[in-house]
Ligand binder design. Structure first.
Ligand code: TEU
Ligand code: CA
Length: 544
């Protein structure tokens, strides 16, 4: 049995993701920064979070907002200095908040010194990347990029280099032992500074088994050569045994296109690879293979997927939002009449599932998708590349506009709405991306003052989870329920809870299990044992 000294600190943690560019701007240049984060640490403490996952703050030209790193041991001046970062780590520590950094090691920026030296012809650094001669009149193979188009770009010397993301993000060659040494040195650099772990970007695709042609697909041709390869598992095991295990880290991997079986291999405690993984299946519940082509969202499908992953993994990393996804009220809830109820329901569900819950900045106040007027308001490099790809396929403007506006990652990247003022309390200057006009009623200041707000519901729910053995470490079992209603139990030695989630805007008749309703998103006077109101969430205690 784990006791308090051997128990892993993150086992019952609630983690909050900060996308620094959009969180809080302390110097009026319109860009969120580390000073802004420091100014909000008390807010996060009050909310009840244990750790922050910080999206990249390293030096970067910013083509992919920091997911293109040009110096892993320095801070992007837009965000501040190394001293600011050290101050953030120590101030957070004083409040009992840990910092988990984003680590992007599938690729660097094309501005990175290694890539610049490679381009200049230095053989040592050319071998840090995949440079290859073209075949016939084209690229070395037929692989495609995650952001649309080809995965190869031709350089002045006539050779091509591989990039699974944008051409500004050349892939590192993980066959090269020097790359391993460089990157593990970077990990130690940050762990020695006191960070508590990493969120590893696209970690399950870093090792390319070969550069053969891929099986032709509508999207991501070539993936069978780099997805969850043996070499990738070996690398992660080495990171774990040689670096991570020497510190008390929490390592969560972003793992793309994984099945529960793949994810189990990557996060099985005995294999000593990752502590937890982010999977995507529930995010894709309403997409036809690729997210730009949506289909109708059906709650029963979401439930089936969540249940499957709850059963499969010991510690799923649970989330409904991040910086790459649309806002959860738009995705799985309601932005009209049931905005508030559905936001609270999603909070309740996320924090009741087994695993480690992640909350994305602004989710705790029910922020919605952006209100962009057109494609010109969008900054995301992915949207830009997809728009170009759709143009090549002769999609007309109105279709491109519609598909991109409803799916662009910038929907989740509009500034956090701290108050209803012009700059939303985010900035005193001109924001780098348009602020949502609904800051007039969706904002931290107003919600702090309102006892029944979404924000205060988050606080109560986090507190509830902290005090509940069953939610913190109990087992999970699904219970029979009507269509589109999710009911499950969480049970520990002395506590059994029934969690009820009505994922629809309709009243639903339900069987009553357990004894007393003890928590919910409707006022106590409205609690009815035999039916659930629209988007109702409730916790029922049962005597055992
Ligand atoms: O995302 C990886 C990834 O799979 C996404 O590109 C995803 O396919 C897309 O966002 C869905 O719209 C990670 C980061 O989270 C993302 O922000 C980066 O752009 C990407 O890696 C490249 O580093
Ligand atoms: Ca700033």
């Amino acid at each position: 049995m784990a006791n308090s000294s051997t128990k892993k600190w993150w086992k019952n943690a609630v983690i909050y993701q900060i996308y620094p560019r959009s969180f809080c701007d302390s110097n009026g240049d319109g860009i969120g920064d580390i000073g802004g984060i420091i100014s909000k640490l008390h807010y996060l403490k009050d909310l009840g979070v244990d750790a922050i996952w910080l999206s990249p703050v390293y030096s970067s030209p910013g083509y992919d907002n920091g997911y293109d790193i040009s110096d892993y041991k320095d801070i992007n001046p837009d965000f501040g200095t190394m001293e600011d970062m050290e101050r953030l780590i120590s101030r957070a520590k004083r409040l009992g908040i840990k910092i988990i950094m984003d680590l992007v090691i599938n690729h660097t920026s094309d501005h990175h010194e290694w890539f610049q030296k490679a381009l200049a012809g230095d053989p040592k650094y050319r071998d840090y990347y995949y440079f290859r001669k073209g075949k016939g009149h084209g690229a070395p193979n037929n692989w495609s990029s995650f952001f649309g188009g080809k995965a190869w770009t031709k350089t002045e010397s006539g050779d091509y280099y591989l990039h699974l993301f944008s051409k500004r993000q050349p892939d590192l060659n993980w066959h090269n032992p020097d790359v391993y040494e460089e990157i593990t040195d970077i990990m130690r650099f940050w762990l020695d500074k006191g960070v508590a772990g990493f969120r590893c970007d696209v970690i399950n695709i870093i090792y390319k088994e070969s550069l053969e042609n891929g099986i032709k697909r509508f999207s991501l041709t070539g993936r069978e050569h780099y997805l969850n390869t043996e070499g990738c598992h070996e690398l992660i095991q080495r990171f774990n045994s040689e670096v991570w295990s020497k510190y008390k880290t929490f390592i969560v991997g972003e793992t793309v296109m994984v099945t529960p079986d793949d994810a189990k291999l990557l996060s099985d405690e005995n294999r000593k690879e990752l502590d937890a993984v982010f999977f995507f299946e529930h995010m894709d519940v309403d997409s036809r293979g690729i997210k730009w082509f949506k289909k109708k969202y059906r709650p029963c499908k979401l439930i089936r997927i969540l249940d499957k992953w709850q059963e499969a993994l010991e510690v799923p990393a649970n989330y409904f939002e991040n910086h790459d996804q649309i806002r959860s009220v738009n995705h799985f809830g309601n932005t009209g009449k049931y905005w508030e109820k559905s936001a609270k329901l999603l909070c309740g569900l996320n924090l009741s599932l087994r695993g480690v819950p992640f909350i994305y900045e602004g989710e705790e106040i029910g922020m919605t998708n952006a209100d962009f007027r057109g494609l010109r308001d969008i900054k995301d490099i992915e949207s830009y590349n997809i728009n170009q790809a759709m143009k090549r396929l002769l999609f007309v403007h109105s279709v491109r506009r519609k598909l991109i506006l409803q799916t662009t990652r910038d929907n989740a990247r509009t500034p956090v709405q701290w108050d209803s003022s012009e700059g939303a309390g985010f900035t005193t200057g001109e924001p780098w991306i348009k602020i949502n006009a609904n800051k007039s009623y969706i904002n931290v200041q107003d919600e702090s003052a309102d006892e029944n707000s979404i924000l205060n519901f988050y606080k109560k729910m986090i507190e509830f989870r902290k005090n509940s053995q069953a939610l913190a470490e109990g087992n999970y079992r699904r219970v029979a329920s009507p269509n589109d209603v999710y009911i499950f139990t969480r049970e520990s030695k002395d506590e059994r809870l029934y969690i009820y989630c009505n994922l629809t805007g309709f009243t639903k008749a339900v069987e009553f299990y357990g004894d007393n309703i003890i928590f919910g998103n409707y006022p106590e006077s409205k609690w009815e044992k035999s039916y659930l109101k629209p988007y109702e969430f409730r916790i029922v205690a049962s005597n055992i």
